[in-house]
Design a binder for this molecule. Structure first.
Ligand code: ZN
Length: 335
């Protein structure tokens, strides 16, 4: 007994001495030895050619697309853009709107289907929704075929995957039959909400509000990543290859470099959606159904009977400002 206590004391002393020594003599090398987390994320950008296309002239969409693609290329970030084809049909501006999609493909990025008119599967019947998926393929298939590419990704508008399991499974089977891979989301910082207020502030020349929004957006993105990482560990015991949801808007186009800085600082490298989907997490059981769409980490948590808690609080003032934005004009019908 006495001997073992003595041995314990000797061992403890050695450990403490070694730790103090290492800390005093080799603080830098000790810090360098802890490997940075190897985190991976795929970027997806929805609502192409522009989330706010009804209020945006075609020339502005082209400019925004140019800025966004330049930032993606400069940062060497792969991305898939998800298209609502209805937005490229507007009398007198068809060619220029399609040009934004061509620019995406010419810059080497992929495009996926986000339905023709951004229909929610939770709001319309399955048949009407399927028709909207098919209608959303015509221009995309043509543009992709010109480059010997196939249409292969689908993203659910509003992340609405069905209010009941039968509808959800039938919709999924329909998508698979048409050759699609569903693009899940695991990190979502509601940039459409910040971006809507940003565009309205920009129109008024209110640069102070724009700056404040960007600051809030970047901080909220950082918090959303931290939350997704923590939830991943809790549910899966590891951090899968994450998939981030962004939207085609002016805020993203003008501040993408700052967003990339925030994500890289968390130890991420950017991967393709195809690579992300190879993660086994995307094959996990998922029986989520609900009125409101949500991310796949929530799907898995709810399927496991562990409803997620502690998500970051969205800045209330941004949401208040979003709610009172002037309503977009009635979408114009194709002629
Ligand atoms: Zn969308």
């Amino acid at each position: 007994m006495e001997l073992s206590r003595w041995l314990q004391w000797v061992l403890m002393s050695c450990v403490v001495t070694a730790a103090v020594f290492a800390g005093l003599v080799f603080p830098a090398s000790v810090a360098a030895q802890s490997p940075p987390p190897d985190r991976q994320v795929a970027i997806t950008i929805d609502d192409l050619p522009a989330g706010n296309s009804d209020k945006m002239p075609a020339a502005m969409i082209t400019e925004m697309t140019t800025n966004l693609l330049a930032a993606l290329q400069q940062q060497k970030v792969p991305a898939v853009g998800f298209v609502n084809e209805k937005k490229v049909y507007k009398w007198g501006q068809v060619d220029e709107r399609i040009k934004a999609l061509q620019m995406w493909l010419d810059a080497g990025f992929d495009l996926g289907n986000h339905t023709y008119s951004h229909l929610s599967l939770n709001q319309v019947g399955l048949k009407a929704w399927e028709d909207d998926v098919v209608q959303g393929e015509s221009v995309l298939k043509l543009l992709l075929a010109q480059r010997n590419k196939k249409l292969r990704y689908f993203r659910h508008p509003y992340l609405d995957t069905g209010r009941d399991l039968l509808t959800r499974r039938e919709a999924e089977a329909f998508l698979v039959e048409r050759g699609y891979r569903i693009a899940p989301v695991t990190v979502d910082a509601w940039d459409w909400n910040f971006g809507g207020v940003y565009e309205e502030s920009k129109k008024r020349g209110d640069t102070a509000t724009q700056q404040e929004l960007v600051k809030e957006y970047l901080a909220y993105t950082d918090a959303e990543f931290a939350y997704s990482e923590q939830l991943s560990m809790q549910l899966l015991g590891y951090q899968p290859k994450q998939i981030l949801l962004l939207h085609a808007n002016q805020m993203e186009a003008e501040h993408f470099n700052e967003l990339v800085d925030v994500i890289r600082k968390r130890g991420y490298r950017f991967i393709t959606l195809e690579d992300a989907l190879s993660d086994q997490a995307y094959g996990l059981p998922d029986t989520f159904v609900g009125e409101e769409g949500t991310g796949w980490l929530d799907h898995w948590a709810i399927t496991m009977g562990k409803p997620p808690q502690g998500s970051p609080r969205f800045p209330a003032w941004v949401d208040e400002r979003y709610k009172v934005l002037p309503l977009p004009p009635q979408p114009q019908q194709p002629h």
